[in-house]
Write a protein that binds this ligand. Structure first.
Ligand code: GAL
Length: 676
């Protein structure tokens, strides 16, 4: 595969402004309403709308027919009001006629059940018929609007996320496997089919991991996940190449679901001009939501290697949790500014106007059922004005991070399976815990793939990577050899790329790095069970204040016989009494348990300080977030209680235009953006 051109960038669409707007579904409304829409958009400072995401049946009401008239009028209307259009290919929700005429376009789950039309995303990524129709409508859409002055960017499909276990997918899976392994012998070897008499004598016998009597072959499952991500990506790149041929000057994106299991977003991000993500933290827990948001934003920025696009968020409640809470006053603004602080150059929503019908009529929008009088729209309008002021100061500027946290989908896929030592956690849980600990210590982190260049970081943190390729291991070893700090968490480096356990239960190179002679046994912990670990003192230097008394290890523990570590924190009591819970050799650390949150924060902060990484600001309470972007300092209060923050020197505050000397008070869910 030749690398994607990565030509036009988000900057070509933003042109010095922050994009502000959302998904706009005008086909759900009479055209009179469009006039009201543009009036309210302009009043709210909306400068970008994403159109056509679910318009296939409207554009192609019967096979091969085209109805572009309404979209022509809409594009002209937007252009007439200075609002740019991110035009979507409508291929996420095929019209009912496609499935009716071509049942092979419908996906099947592992139990063989068809996913029928009547919802959305009912397409088989492997179906040539689906791909043919998707390409045809994409071609005509791109040809028709290529030169339209409203068009600023392409949005391909929507949240690619379908699995398919049907016959079309089975055939494609075999092709994919042939390409990966070449011979059936190599496949049998990689999948370990000597176990349970699974050896294949013909490619035709190889299937997706369909419903089975008992545990499935884990490498088959792992490869199926890789295959699914690759097939969906083929659908994406096919449409991308069509639109790019018509508009080589315009950027192309597709919106990720954050940390979604079905898509290797590191790989995908390389195929996009603009990386965009949809983010829906739960407003019931403003602080927890902010922590989740920070992780997703740091990851998206790292994937984009620069500014990124918040394609969707909710202005208020979603409708897909059990109980759906609205956003309390101020939270929409706060979380939007958080995204900008962490590198977003676009703050957009699902959706512009709340639907009156259909499955999402209880999902909030920028203009809710309460209309322009409603609090949600009023807050949106205020935010639009603030983002317009902020835009010229922030657009295109970088966020710098001194440390990185590593993440990889393949390690997650391999680790998150049946029949493991413990099913009490999945890799993203540990990623969240570690990222949160570092965030509460006010350290800004990138989130990085284990095979990427790590040389710019003072310390690298690996919450858990069960599977590490040889290239990743060599990358980590080279990083430590350069004198930098590496911290790895439990059950890391266990499997190779085929999910084959490495001899000794952890890669020998890593065992040597950490000072582990023998890894005797894993001792996973039950829910609520903990294991006591001895306290630790702060390191000399800036980490010296970060001491901690005895603490609880949670989730997991390991029976490790050390070789000659430079430092250990032992388990106290129980089976593992005296054995190392944490050990360090040189600048390489290994944590064989998940310390309770306060201890994890103290330990990781101590190690980071020792490595020379500095908090953004000293003395901040945990619920105040501080992020530097370019020459701006964002301060965000994730609490209902006002808080005063000490900021040495005199600054201009960009949201209010006020001048700030020595300290600044942030109101309930308040924010300040300071520039010296
Ligand atoms: C996203 C999706 C939107 C809308 C939204 C509701 O996943 O892309 O179309 O469904 O969720 O939260």
């Amino acid at each position: 595969m030749t690398p994607w051109r990565k030509g036009p960038a988000l900057a070509d669409a933003t042109r010095g402004r922050l994009l502000f707007g959302g998904d706009y579904n005008p086909e759900q409304w009479p055209e009179e309403t469009w006039q009201d829409d543009v009036r309210l958009m302009r009043e709210a400072g909306v400068n970008s709308v994403t159109v056509g995401v679910f318009s296939w049946a409207k554009l192609e009401p019967e096979p091969g027919a085209r109805d572009f008239g309404w979209l022509d009028r809409l594009m002209d209307l937007m252009h007439g009001h200075g609002i740019g259009v991110v035009l979507a290919t409508p291929t996420a929700s095929p019209p009912p006629w496609l499935g009716r005429l071509y049942p092979d376009t419908l996906p099947r789950d592992a139990d063989g059940r068809v996913e029928w039309w009547g919802g959305r995303q009912h397409f088989s990524h492997s179906s040539p018929t689906y791909r043919r129709y998707a390409a045809a409508i994409t071609e005509d859409l791109a040809a028709r609007y290529a030169t339209h002055p409203a068009l600023t960017m392409w949005h391909i499909n929507n949240e690619y996320c379908t699995f398919d276990h049907g016959d079309e997918a089975a055939a494609a899976f075999r092709r994919w496997l042939r390409e990966r392994y070449g011979t059936l012998g190599a496949l049998n070897e990689a999948w370990g089919t000597a176990f349970w008499s699974q050896g294949y004598d013909t490619w035709d016998g190889v299937l997706p991991p369909r419903h089975a009597h008992y545990l499935k072959n884990p490498t088959q499952v792992l490869d199926f996940r890789r295959f699914t991500s690759d097939m969906l990506m083929e659908c994406f790149t096919a449409e991308r190449d069509i639109v790019a041929r018509h508009t080589p000057h315009l950027p192309v994106t597709t919106n990720f679901m954050p940390l979604w299991a079905g898509q290797d977003a590191w790989r995908w991000a390389q195929e996009e001009d603009v990386v965009s993500v949809d983010l829906y933290p739960d407003p019931r827990d403003p602080l927890g939501g902010a922590r989740h948001g920070a992780l997703v934003q740091d990851m998206t920025r790292s994937q984009a290697q620069g500014p990124w696009m918040l394609m969707e968020q909710a202005a208020g409640a979603v409708n897909w949790r059990g109980v759906n809470h609205p956003k309390p006053r101020g939270l929409n603004r706060l979380w939007s500014l958080q995204a900008v602080a962490r590198g977003a150059d676009a703050v957009c929503y699902f959706q512009w106007r709340q639907s009156r019908q259909g499955a999402e009529k209880f999902h909030s929008a920028m203009v809710g059922h309460a209309g322009e009088e409603g609090r949600t729209y009023q807050e949106v309008r205020q935010l639009g004005a603030e983002l317009a002021r902020l835009g010229p100061h922030v657009t295109g500027t970088p966020v710098t991070a001194e440390i990185a946290v590593l993440h990889d989908w393949h390690a997650w896929w391999a680790g998150d399976q049946e029949a493991r030592p413990s099913t009490r956690f999945a890799q993203p849980d540990l990623l969240h815990a570690w990222h949160r600990a570092l965030g509460e210590a006010h350290l800004t982190t990138d989130v990085v793939h284990p095979e990427h260049d790590l040389s710019g970081y003072k310390a690298v943190f690996v919450p858990q990577l069960y599977l590490l390729t040889d290239a990743a291991i060599e990358n980590l070893l080279a990083y430590v050899r350069r004198g930098a700090t590496l911290v790895c968490g439990l059950h890391t480096g266990v499997a190779d790329r085929d999910d084959r356990i490495r001899p000794g239960g952890m890669d020998a190179r890593l065992r040597e790095l950490f000072g582990i002679r023998v890894l005797h046994e894993w001792w996973p912990l039950e829910t609520g069970e903990t294991v006591t670990c001895a306290g630790f003192t702060g390191a000399p230097g800036p980490g010296s204040g970060l001491a901690c008394g005895d603490f609880a290890g949670t989730l997991w523990s390991e029976e490790i016989e050390p070789a000659d570590p430079d430092e250990t924190i032992p388990y106290k009591g129980g089976e593992l009494d005296g054995l190392p819970a944490v050990l360090r050799r040189g600048r390489a650390w290994y944590l064989s348990t998940l310390p309770e949150p306060d201890a994890l924060r103290a330990l990781l902060a101590r190690i980071a300080a020792d490595a020379g990484a500095r908090p953004v600001l000293d003395g901040l309470p945990a619920h105040v977030e501080a992020v530097r972007r370019g020459d701006l300092l964002f301060l965000l209060n994730h609490s209902r209680e006002p808080v005063t923050v000490v900021v040495p020197g005199t600054h201009g505050e960009l949201l209010t235009g006020a001048s700030v000397t020595g300290e600044v008070t942030l109101g309930r869910y308040g924010a300040a953006v300071l520039r010296r």
